[in-house]
Design a protein around this ligand. Structure first.
Ligand code: PEP
Ligand code: MG
Length: 325
């Protein structure tokens, strides 16, 4: 890393008018953590745990899960660790025969849907996560939740697992926060109700954009239509953050959009509490935020929210950012 960039990495992402955004890192392997700390991560915003399984052909045991999560919590320099439960299916496959080939895997039995079907498997992972919570500030989040029933069910299973561990006198995290990824449009639309059930939201823009715009995120033929600055996407994100804040919960963003410097001011204007990104992108993002103001970000966002085409928004934002940074 360049020395110049490390200077920004070490400081918080605080605007000139003193609005601070927490900066998390997205990781797939615990081995990435030291580099993330070096690049200025303040917490882990997204640990994609399914990679524990993707690289092998056998389901991890509770102890194997635990060995990973234990190393992802209570790390010096990181104030929180957000562990996402398995997000299998969609674009993330293993040789698990229960993950059958589907015509439309992005719309199939993936993520929380799969976990709620394979409850015993889900419980093994939750046991390990809750145990790891004894060692530091831990947040757990569920991917691909589409409505209130799934969050009720996931929380019910979480409580059963926690109760079992307490009965067994196993040390656990007592104040683990429970969150939901907002990455299915229906979850965004009923965010007001979901916010009453959880401690935080984390907006997964990779999937949210895919589903809002009906663009398969891995199909290159339609990649030109994949547009984070589409007015429908921006308006929905604004509604989600507002619903979260009205209900007093934190709203993070952990999709790729959160780490894109071009969107930095738009994200500030959207009032996200945390941006979680690829660790290598952190110093640049911090530098922009440190040189921006919340006020100009709000003005920029309000300006572009009035446009009705993605092209107009993109042109305006690109021009603004080029002139300003
Ligand atoms: C997302 O969908 O934005 C996200 C962060 O999760 P993943 O990319 O792992 O689906
Ligand atoms: Mg996702």
């Amino acid at each position: 890393v360049q020395e110049d960039f490390l200077k920004y990495a070490r400081l918080p992402a605080m605007t000139k008018d003193r609005c601070r955004v927490d900066i998390g890192c997205n990781i797939e392997f615990i081995e990435e953590i030291p580099s993330a700390v070096l690049h200025g991560a303040e917490g882990i915003g997204l640990y994609r745990t399914e990679f524990i399984y993707i690289n092998r052909d056998r389901l991890p045991t509770e102890e194997e899960h635990f060995a990973h999560y234990r190393q992802a919590v209570g790390i010096e320099g990181l104030a929180w660790s957000t562990i996402r439960t398995f997000d299998l299916g969609g674009d993330k496959f293993t040789s698990d025969p229960k993950l059958a080939k589907e015509m439309n895997p992005q719309l199939g039995l993936r993520a929380i849907r799969f976990c709620l079907k394979e409850v015993e498997q889900f419980k093994v992972q939750l046991r390990a996560i809750i145990r790891a919570g004894a060692f530091g500030k831990l947040r757990v989040m569920f991917p691909m939740v589409s409505g209130i029933e799934e969050i009720h069910e996931a929380k019910r299973i979480f409580d059963i697992v926690k109760g079992d561990l307490i009965e067994e006198h196993v040390p656990i995290g007592r104040d683990i926060e429970i969150g939901v990824m907002i990455e299915v449009p229906s979850a965004g639309i009923v965010a007001e109700e979901l916010a009453k059930e959880v401690d935080f939201f984390s907006i997964g823009t990779n999937d949210l954009i895919q589903y809002v715009l009906a663009i398969d995120r891995i199909n290159e033929r339609v990649a030109y239509l994949y547009e984070p600055l589409h007015p429908a996407v921006l308006r929905l994100i604004a509604q989600i953050t507002a619903a979260g804040h009205r209900n007093g919960i934190r709203v993070a963003m952990c999709g790729e959009m959160a780490g894109e410097p071009l969107y930095a001011l738009i994200l500030l204007g959207l009032e996200l509490d945390e941006l979680s990104m690829n660790p290598l992108g952190i110093p640049r993002m911090k530098k922009i935020i440190q040189n921006a103001t919340l006020q100009e970000s709000r003005e920029l966002l309000n300006k572009v929210l009035a446009f009705n085409s993605a092209t107009e928004i993109r042109d305006y934002v690109e021009h603004y950012m080029r002139r300003r940074f």
